[in-house]
Design a protein around this ligand. Structure first.
Ligand code: SAH
Length: 389
């Protein structure tokens, strides 16, 4: 059994059930451990504290359990069933929506594991080598918890693991032709987990897209950082007069246009391939609504200052140019920028733009992306709906 001993001044965090052990907290020799090894975490007196997956990285152990139990099939069955039960209780799958996140890492006490569900297909994405090594157990756990609801399980970890892990992407159960048709709020979406970003779609904006729909009737909408066009589709379904979708990736725009076409929204839509930061400097139209949903500008704390400058500039451009009375849906998914800092950045942008701004709604990640109360770092998506006088 691989033992990781913790400095006695650092055990507090584990006793408070924080699921990460940083390399600086470890006093024992771990150099012979392999990435992905199951390790037992002990205090300086060799008392059991937790068990998890080891990796030679700043986050050295991702804790899966604080009980002295094996990380076997029963363990994964129990955890996955628990996660699936939550989604069932949330009634996320309806006649109009068959997309949701089934497992959200630390939020479901399975650090390093993401599982997304697209109309019968579960897509597994591992962010740790330990989880990748457990992918067969995870697949069995999903079959056990979902029964007939799941027709295929795809493992896609090649772009989320360190290169040395050489994750291979493959179906672990069944198979499915991609793109695969799925629904969100009645809108049709073509999902391709094989060629798409992440698991194929940004599920975390589901409720915020629905909210945008409510604001959109008769409006001119600019959806920047559109990826596959999720916000554009909701706006069009709810009666927007026109929608322009912008992304710097040509591939993303191809996805958007395919989705626009299968929903027959083509006559009210135009797409633009451009860098949003450049494009927003001088808009060609006056819009009623602008959506700003950039990728994480800061992945690390050291990048935070620069990221904030980026959010400020982007938002100042939108606030300055939107129609009087216009609405801005603005987001940040940088985990290191918390909601207070984000709000303050937006206030700074409003000052720079010289217009009065009111905050109408405060947005966040949905319930199928839960935040473990002992792991506040899990809160990453925040947004504001602004009205500009
Ligand atoms: N709003 C989307 C998700 C956005 S993901 C949804 O609802 O699904 C972020 C997107 O920003 C990606 O599609 C990426 O290609 C795009 N992107 C990244 N940098 C960009 C830039 N400088 N200008 C425009 N788009 C950019």
């Amino acid at each position: 059994m691989n033992i990781v001993k913790i400095n006695k001044n650092k055990i507090n965090s584990i006793e408070r059930k924080h699921p990460w052990v940083f390399s600086g907290a470890i006093t024992s020799d771990t150099k012979d451990f392999k990435d992905g090894d199951v390790v037992t975490v002990c205090d300086h007196k060799d008392h059991f504290l937790a068990r998890g997956h080891y990796q030679h990285a700043t986050i050295s152990v991702r804790i899966l359990t604080f009980e002295d139990e094996e990380l076997n099939q029963d363990f994964f069955n129990k955890r996955i069933l628990n996660a699936v039960e939550l989604r069932k209780n949330l009634n996320l799958i309806t006649k109009k929506t068959n997309i949701c996140r089934l497992i959200h890492g630390e939020g479901d006490s399975l650090p390093g594991l993401i599982v997304d569900f697209y109309n019968g297909v579960a897509v597994i994405q591992c962010h740790s080598i330990g989880m990748y090594n457990s992918v067969e157990l995870i697949s069995e756990g999903l079959k056990n918890a979902l029964g007939k609801m799941v027709t295929a399980i795809y493992s896609k970890s090649s772009d989320t693991l360190p290169q040395r892990a050489e994750g291979k992407d493959a179906y672990l159960f069944g198979s499915c032709v991609t793109p695969h048709l799925a629904l969100e709020h009645g809108v049709k979406l073509q999902i391709d987990w094989i060629t798409g970003q992440k698991t194929g779609f940004f599920i975390d904006q589901r409720e915020n897209r629905f909210l945008l729909g409510k604001y959109s009737k008769g409006k001119k909408v600019l959806n920047t950082f559109c990826y596959s066009g999720g916000f554009s589709l909701l706006a069009l379904q709810e009666g927007a007069e026109l929608v322009h979708s912008l992304d710097s990736s040509k591939k993303a725009i191809v996805l958007t246009e395919a989705n626009i076409e299968i929903n027959n929204f083509g006559d009210k839509h135009k797409s633009i391939v451009a860098d949003a930061m450049e494009y927003m400097k001088d808009l060609e139209e006056e819009y009623d609504i602008i959506v700003l949903d950039p990728p994480a500008f800061a992945k690390h704390r050291e990048k935070r200052h620069k990221a904030i400058q980026g959010y400020k500039r982007l938002n100042a451009h939108a606030i300055r140019q939107i129609k009087p009375g216009g609405i801005i849906f603005t987001f940040s998914c940088s985990q290191v920028v918390d909601k207070f800092l984000f709000t303050n950045t937006i206030i700074a942008a409003a000052i720079e733009a010289g217009r009065n701004v009111r905050i109408l709604e405060q947005l966040h990640q949905p319930a199928d992306h839960p935040v473990n109360a002992f792991h506040p770092e899990g809160e990453y998506l925040k947004g504001l709906v602004l009205q500009v006088d």
